[in-house]
Ligand binder design. Structure first.
Ligand code: F6R
Length: 263
């Protein structure tokens, strides 16, 4: 197993959110996958499974590829319980651009994680049922004993999950209106920017902050400005990711490119 954290990771001095810098994103994704594997293998008091909070987007793909590779070498992922951060309102789980389809493709099917253990908010409910569904999602997380480790990517406007600027730090799972910038950034997989849904069901910032460990990943120079604001800017609802600055066990993993403004 790779050492965790990898020897090549350098900790940024003076950051109140622990920040580990690696030269290449693959070192960070391998280290986070190794941490998840150790969590899955760790003995638990009553034989419960590890509960993971999962993200979609480009950033976690390397973590999922490494977990799939490890599952082929014997890591048993069939016993984990997972909760995804978000889903677009209006898309059924079998829509190819849904986050449910993304997860099945990149992790659940190749790693043998059964649908019954893999929770993703439903986006294709009747309008009147969405609010109850959000409350039910919260209850399901609580019933699973809470989230052991939450994986996160970082939006360019500081969103985590689909909590856009202005979201309350104590918010729970809710329906969120997406900004134009977020819809444009997520247009891959859709025929056009206009085809990206305008709303999503998302875990709230309060939900995310309750995860026992949070691992936030940001790679590439297009994330350098948002990383700088996260580490040097104020803690404010205008910048949702800043709610993690006082989390007791959060780590930001970045590559040199995402950390280029922090030198
Ligand atoms: C994904 C999610 C988003 C992404 C963020 C970064 O489930 O909730 O917050 O993590 O938009 O996306 P990428 O990784 O594509 O840069």
């Amino acid at each position: 197993m790779r050492p965790y954290p990898p020897h090549a990771a350098r900790e940024l001095p003076g950051a109140d959110l622990k920040t580990l810098v690696v030269s290449d994103a693959s070192e960070a994704t391998a280290a986070v996958a190794a941490e998840i594997a150790a969590l899955i293998d760790a003995p638990r008091p009553r034989g419960e499974s590890a509960t993971l909070g999962l993200a979609t987007g480009d950033t976690p793909l390397g973590v999922y590829a490494e977990l799939v590779r490890r599952s082929r070498e014997g890591l048993d992922l069939t016993c984990v319980t997972t909760f995804n951060l978000d889903e677009y309102v209006g898309l059924a789980g079998d829509h190819p651009s849904s986050f449910a389809a993304f997860m099945r493709r990149n992790l659940f099917e190749p790693a043998g994680i059964d649908d019954a253990r893999a929770h993703i908010p439903k986006g294709n409910l009747a309008e009147a049922d969405l609010e109850d569904h959000c409350a039910e999602y919260e209850r399901a997380i609580a019933a699973a004993g809470g989230i052991d480790l939450q994986l996160l990517g970082l939006g360019r406007n500081g969103h985590i999950a689909f909590n856009e600027p202005g979201t309350d730090f104590d918010s729970r799972t809710h329906v969120q209106l997406l900004t134009d910038g977020t819809r444009t950034a997520n247009a891959r997989g859709f025929s056009s920017c206009e085809a990206v849904p305008t709303r999503a069901v998302t875990m709230g910032l309060g939900t995310i902050r309750e995860a026992r460990r949070v691992r936030l990943l940001a790679f590439g120079s297009h994330k350098a400005a948002v990383v700088e604001r996260l580490l040097r800017g104020p803690v404010e609802t205008a910048f949702p990711a800043s709610c993690l600055r006082d989390h007791p066990d959060a780590i930001l993993w970045i590559d040199e490119a995402a950390g280029e403004r922090m030198r």
